[in-house]
Design a protein around this ligand. Structure first.
Ligand SMILES: Cc1cc2nc3c(=O)[nH]c(=O)nc-3n(C[C@H](O)[C@H](O)[C@H](O)COP(=O)(O)OP(=O)(O)OC[C@H]3O[C@@H](n4cnc5c(N)ncnc54)[C@H](O)[C@@H]3O)c2cc1C
Length: 240
């Protein structure tokens, strides 16, 4: 059965993106080297459609999936079990900054974007993406949202949840849920976004997200305008 699943994954992603041999420790070994798992295969989709294809194939074979971003989580949540029964789905190839909307103070990024890349992309547009933690050169925005990461600025700007306006998620059935709203005053329906944030990959795979990018810290000359702008848009900031 596992050989048939590996072949099905290779049919969907191409042989080069489904790894079963060689040194897979980058995906199978925890950052602190406390947990070592063994994956049935490491699948590296390059698009949301390919993530959905992997999930559908695994669901058809009844095989569990462990999503992984930068593998910097410290609790082993992104490491597969040691029995070789699970497929590790790496989001690393979904790494594009899709859109920056300076007027709306939002950006839309793929889940596998490294946090530092997101920060730099915002800065290039004179904006600030305030989530910051020691793993920012390796961790991904999808992992940050899946763990609802806090970081060094959490008291001022909130957790990752407070910095996210919407999500695109591949559900456990392999459907794509498009919740990529950039609308701040969105009071429609159930808040599925909040359900997925912090669920550590147990409910679905985050494939894209538009985190809001507030204006930068001083130069002081600019600060008055910037703070007013952000203050008007974020009650969380006013509370902090
Ligand atoms: C040096 C260091 C400092 C840290 N500092 C902080 C800190 O200050 N505050 C804090 O909150 N955390 C901190 N962390 C832990 C932090 O949660 C992670 O570093 C980061 O948020 C995880 O991102 P990642 O891409 O590496 O996720 P991974 O480690 O790859 O995965 C983490 C979990 O999320 C799941 N997951 C990953 N990507 C997705 C996805 N796209 N969709 C669904 N599920 C997914 C995985 O299955 C796993 O359960 C730190 C870690 C390190 C190593």
């Amino acid at each position: 059965m596992s050989a048939a699943l590996v072949q099905a994954l290779r049919d969907r992603l191409g042989a080069a993106q489904v790894l079963t041999e060689g040194d897979l420790s980058a995906w199978e070994l925890d950052w602190r080297r406390r947990w070592r798992g063994r994956a049935l295969a490491v699948a590296r989709p390059g698009s949301t459609a390919e993530v959905a294809a992997v999930v559908q194939a695994c669901a058809a074979f009844g095989v569990a999936i462990v999503p992984q971003g930068g593998n910097t989580g410290l609790v082993g949540g992104g490491v597969p079990s040691a029995d070789g029964s699970q497929v590790l789905l790496s989001l690393q190839r979904l790494n594009r900054v899709r859109r920056i909307d300076a007027a709306n103070l939002t950006m839309t990024v793929d889940a596998g974007c490294v946090l530092q890349t997101v920060q730099q992309a915002a800065a290039e547009h004179d904006l600030l993406f305030p989530l910051s933690l020691a793993a920012e050169g390796s961790c991904t925005i999808g992992g940050n949202l899946a763990t609802n990461a806090g970081g060094t600025q959490v008291l001022r700007w909130g957790n990752a949840r407070d910095l996210c306006l919407g999500l695109e998620v591949v559900t456990a059935q392999g459907d794509v849920w498009d919740g990529l709203s950039g609308l701040r005053k969105d009071n429609t329906g159930y808040d599925l976004r909040d359900l997925f944030i912090g669920s550590e990959g147990t409910l679905g795979i985050i494939s894209r997200s538009p985190p809001p990018a507030p204006p930068p810290w001083p130069p002081a000359r600019r600060w008055t305008t910037a703070s007013r702008c952000w203050r008007a848009r974020s009650p969380a900031w006013v509370r902090a």
